[in-house]
Write a protein that binds this ligand. Structure first.
Ligand SMILES: Nc1ncnc2c1ncn2[C@@H]1O[C@H](COP(=O)(O)OP(=O)(O)O)[C@@H](O)[C@H]1O
Ligand SMILES: [Mg+2]
Length: 217
């Protein structure tokens, strides 16, 4: 089930003048949002806040399932996945890397294996399934990161520049995986990108960080 998120008057600074100042916005459950803007405008900061890795210095976040507000506890954290460009892969096979998120959630073996295989196929890594993840190319590693994120079907999927520094072919595979998740409408997706064309291809709504706030474009 996708979740909604409302941010109200959030401000975040790092010892200096705020990076994000009095920013409000409502993300609807099941939609795909792209946050654009130049380097340093606060995209990653926002995603870390939405992913509950960091708190705003002022303001509130409210997460919704349907009309009910969700408590900000461990259960909610498990419904949210934040994928960073520099993902930490485990020193084991591609398959085990993808299975991990399901294992810690206690699913049965068959379900874990089937779901992992499906996710690996979606990012075109079936032929690499039994290879050590650390030996993949950088583009393949990025695809593996996407597979690990989507296999757990998060209610809120946060993707920080999912295709930065990878080539066209890998970008296309990552984008088509994101579009597949979008089709299912089982996750709310918020991604950051500095590429307008990519935002157009992937998102229902385009946002910019402008004057330290999110604005629709
Ligand atoms: N942990 C941190 N400590 C100090 N400054 C930070 C920290 N994280 C981000 N910043 C600063 O906040 C600003 C926004 O950074 P960031 O959110 O990474 O922007 P973007 O992702 O849009 O490039 C930058 O000026 C950056 O240097
Ligand atoms: Mg960033």
């Amino acid at each position: 089930m996708p979740i909604g998120l409302r941010i109200s008057d959030i401000t975040r600074g790092y010892n200096s003048s705020p990076v994000i100042d009095n920013c409000s916005y409502t993300f609807q459950a099941g939609s795909v949002y792209a946050i654009m803007g130049p380097n340093g405008c606060g995209k990653s900061t926002l995603l870390r806040i939405f992913g509950l890795l960091e708190s705003p210095s002022k303001g509130n976040l409210t997460y919704y399932s349907g009309n009910s507000e969700l408590a900000q506890d461990m259960k909610l954290r498990r419904m949210i996945t934040l994928l960073l460009p520099d993902i930490g892969l485990f020193n084991t096979t591609v398959l085990k890397n993808v299975e991990y998120g399901l294992k810690i959630r206690g699913y049965n073996k068959k379900r874990i294996h089937d779901a992992a295989q499906e996710a690996i196929e979606l990012v075109g890594l079936t032929h690499k399934m039994n290879q050590n993840a650390l030996l993949l190319s950088s583009g393949q590693k990025r695809r593996l990161g996407i597979a690990r994120a989507l296999v757990i079907k998060p209610s809120l999927l946060l993707l920080d520049e999912p295709t930065s520094a990878i080539d066209v072919e890998n970008t296309e595979i990552v984008e088509s995986a994101i579009l597949r998740i979008k089709q299912e409408r089982s996750s709310t997706i918020i991604l950051s990108t500095h590429e307008r064309a990519q935002a157009d291809r992937l998102a229902d709504r385009l946002l910019m960080v402008e004057n330290k706030r999110l604005v629709e474009v």
